[in-house]
Design a protein around this ligand. Structure first.
Ligand code: AMP
Ligand code: GLY
Length: 430
């Protein structure tokens, strides 16, 4: 089989790496990919953007691609899977309608409320004035203001009080800081607790829940500083034990898929529940319609089952016929190495050293998130999050130690990472 992975981040490198291991697969293309996919055995980059639907379709037809795997949310939300399917090309990922669960927070809430899925109490607004009147009428309490549409993870403002909420509403709805993503917005109660990511692969009939993971959204140690796309992750996360995972399957994932079906929306792909583990139980903060980045990297590092079999069964709605997923028992820890200045502005084009030394370490895999190849074959930084260093270990502490041993071998001007990835898990087990 020939498989095309769409996207250019660490998640897509991990997907291409995992898919290339399938005995069924002869060739993996990454569009546009990065230096990591370019250097991966069995993977070839093609310089077509994830936005160029007709270019992707033409490539698939010319090369007779058997399966397309869409990594990021933006092409899913704008209907890449629909466009491919309309041309008879098999694609893994939700169609445009189903991807709204991530693409529209208002739609997501509607599904959650209809399905009686536990989530924060919320209200939807269509203009700033209505929202200001509401905020002035209710108690001055912490809340969260969320732009409806995709805003590269920045459309959510967690507020301590009314004043901050009014400012967030002004930014989203009046100043349109996120453009049309702010045409609608929601204000919801602020929940407290630790966050967990529970991802499932579903074909709209059967749900295959993956092992729970946790990411590290804050930039700096001790969960301080601004939010990022994720500075690290680990899997499994004991915060979600077997009982809780069962509960989440029954009370969160299942009613979500059933409700979507009732709304004539079959979700096929990765359904990712972002959960707050509150004192009164798990609550859904959001849904994503794809693998999490960086959660995908430790997850796929542990998955033993052939991912291509799972993806094909999802497309054909026969997940019920597959054996349960098999996992490496060892936990995985992923540390992100970022550019100086990230998550604010940063420069690109720094030469990365030490990748070969890091690759020699046992049980370590370095996925590339924001890199490109130099004319002479060297690797240059090309983004804010640059590398995702994953290690498997006998324990979480062992995996952490191995990951940081690899991180220490890698260098470029201004590179930095959090030093406490997985500490929450390690300390919880003490
Ligand atoms: P979302 O994109 O909806 O997951 O929001 C991004 C981040 O904002 C989440 O990972 C949480 O850290 C935070 N967040 C979102 N909704 C809430 C909420 N209701 N209460 C507290 N924090 C929240
Ligand atoms: N790790 C969070 C996300 O992928 O949205």
């Amino acid at each position: 089989m020939k498989v095309l992975v769409v996207g250019s981040g660490g998640r897509e490198h991990a997907l291409a790496w995992k898919i290339s291991q399938s005995p069924k697969v002869s060739k993996v293309y990454a569009a546009p990919g990065n230096a990591g996919t370019a250097l991966e055995a069995g993977v070839e980059n093609v310089s077509i953007s994830e936005k160029d639907f007709s270019g992707l379709i033409k490539f698939c037809k010319d090369r007779v691609v058997d399966l397309v795997v869409v990594g990021p949310e933006a092409p899913l939300a704008s209907g890449l899977v629909d466009a491919l399917e309309a041309e008879g090309i098999r694609a893994f990922g939700p169609n445009k309608k189903a991807a709204q669960i991530e693409g529209s927070k208002v739609f997501c809430k509607e599904v959650l409320v209809r399905g009686n899925v536990p989530t924060a109490r919320s209200r939807t607004f269509y203009n700033a004035q209505e929202a200001a009147e509401y905020l002035n009428a209710v108690d001055d309490e912490p809340c969260v203001v969320k732009a409806d549409g995709l805003a590269a993870g920045k459309g959510v403002v967690v507020c301590d009080n009314r004043q901050q909420a009014l400012e967030a509403v002004d930014m989203i709805a009046n100043q349109r800081a996120f453009g049309d993503a702010g045409a609608k917005f929601i204000i919801e109660e602020r929940l407290m607790g630790q966050e967990a990511s529970v991802l499932a692969i579903t074909d709209g009939k059967t749900i295959m829940t993956l092992q729970p993971a946790q990411d590290h959204k804050a930039a700096y140690d001790g969960d301080k500083g601004p939010n990022t796309g994720g500075m690290g992750a680990y899997c499994p996360a004991s915060l979600v034990d077997d009982d809780k995972l069962h509960w989440i399957e029954e009370k969160v994932l299942l009613p979500t898929v059933v409700t979507l079906n009732k709304m004539e929306t079959t979700f096929k792909g990765v359904l990712y529940a972002g959960l707050m583990m509150t004192l009164s139980g798990p609550r859904v903060l959001e849904y994503n319609a794809r693998f999490g980045d960086p959660e995908c990297q430790p997850l796929l590092s542990r998955l033993k089952t052939d991912l291509v079999d799972v993806m094909e069964a999802t497309i054909d709605q026969r997940l019920d016929q597959l054996d349960p997923l098999e996992w490496d028992d060892r936990p995985a820890v992923c540390v992100v190495i970022a550019s100086k200045g990230y998550p604010g502005s940063y420069e690109k084009g720094f030469k990365i050293s030490g990748l070969e030394e890091a690759a020699k370490l046992p049980d370590v895999k370095v996925f590339h998130a924001g890199t490109k190849l130099d004319a002479d074959g060297g690797v240059l930084t090309n983004g804010g999050r640059v590398l995702d260093v994953v290690a498997l270990g006998e324990s979480v502490a062992d995996a952490k130690r191995k990951a940081y041993e690899a991180v220490a071998k890698i260098h470029w001007d201004g590179c930095w990472s959090r030093s406490d990835v997985a500490d929450k898990e390690i300390n919880a087990k003490k």
